[in-house]
Design a protein around this ligand. Structure first.
Ligand SMILES: [Fe+2]
Ligand SMILES: [Fe+2]
Length: 175
C-alpha cells in the first residue's frame, strides 16, 4: 500500500493547478505589455481554465468528504527572454502537469480507489489536449519569430484555445 493518501496527493495537485493559473496570468501580462492582445487573451483564458481545474478538484474532495487545503500564492516568472519563451514555458508546464496527473492516476490504482480513478479520467484527456494546444502555439510563435503579429492573426483566425462547453467536465466548486 502506498503511504500517501489520495486526498493529500490531490491537495498537492490543487496547489499545482493554482500555480499554473498564476503562471499563465504572468504570461498574459507579459504579452499585454508587449501590445499583443490575442496572445494575452489566450493566456488569460488558460489561467481561468487552470483555476477551474483546481475548483474541480476542490469539489471532488468536498464530495467525498475530505479536507481541502487552499495553498499560498508563490511568485511566478514575469520576464521572458523573447516572445516565444512564455509558450515554451507553457508547453513544459503542461508536460509536467501530465506527469503529475499520471502519478495521481497510478496512486488511485494502487489504492484501488475507483472513484478517484474515474474522476481523473477527464484530466488525462484534458492534458492530451493542452499539450497539443501548446505545441501548436509554439509552432506558430516560432514561425512568427520576427513578427508576432502573424501569430496574433493566426490565434484570432483559428480561435486557438477557445473551448466550447464540455458536458463531460467534472463539476467545479462554486458553480
Ligand atoms: Fe490544469
Ligand atoms: Fe493546463
Amino acid at each position: 500500500m502506498p503511504d500517501k493518501s489520495f486526498a493529500d496527493a490531490l491537495n498537492e495537485q490543487i496547489a499545482n493547478e493554482f500555480a499554473a493559473s498564476q503562471q499563465y496570468v504572468a504570461a498574459a501580462v507579459y504579452y499585454d505589455a508587449e501590445t499583443l492582445p490575442r496572445l494575452a487573451a489566450f493566456f488569460y483564458r488558460q489561467a481561468l481554465e487552470e483555476r477551474e481545474h483546481a475548483m474541480m478538484m476542490i469539489q471532488y474532495l468536498l464530495d467525498v468528504g475530505e479536507a481541502v487545503r487552499i495553498p499560498d500564492i508563490n511568485a511566478q516568472q514575469t520576464s521572458f527572454a523573447d516572445g516565444s519563451a512564455p509558450v515554451r514555458m507553457a508547453l513544459e508546464q503542461e508536460q509536467r502537469v501530465s506527469d503529475e496527473i499520471f502519478a495521481l492516476f497510478e496512486l488511485a490504482r494502487d489504492l484501488k480507489d475507483y472513484r478517484a480513478e474515474h474522476f481523473l479520467q477527464w484530466f488525462v484527456k484534458e492534458q492530451v489536449e493542452e499539450v497539443a494546444l501548446m505545441s501548436d502555439l509554439l509552432n506558430v510563435v516560432e514561425r512568427s519569430r520576427d513578427n508576432l503579429l502573424l501569430a496574433e492573426d493566426f490565434i484570432a483566425r483559428e480561435q486557438l484555445g477557445e473551448e466550447s462547453e464540455d458536458p463531460t467536465a467534472p463539476p467545479a466548486a462554486g458553480e
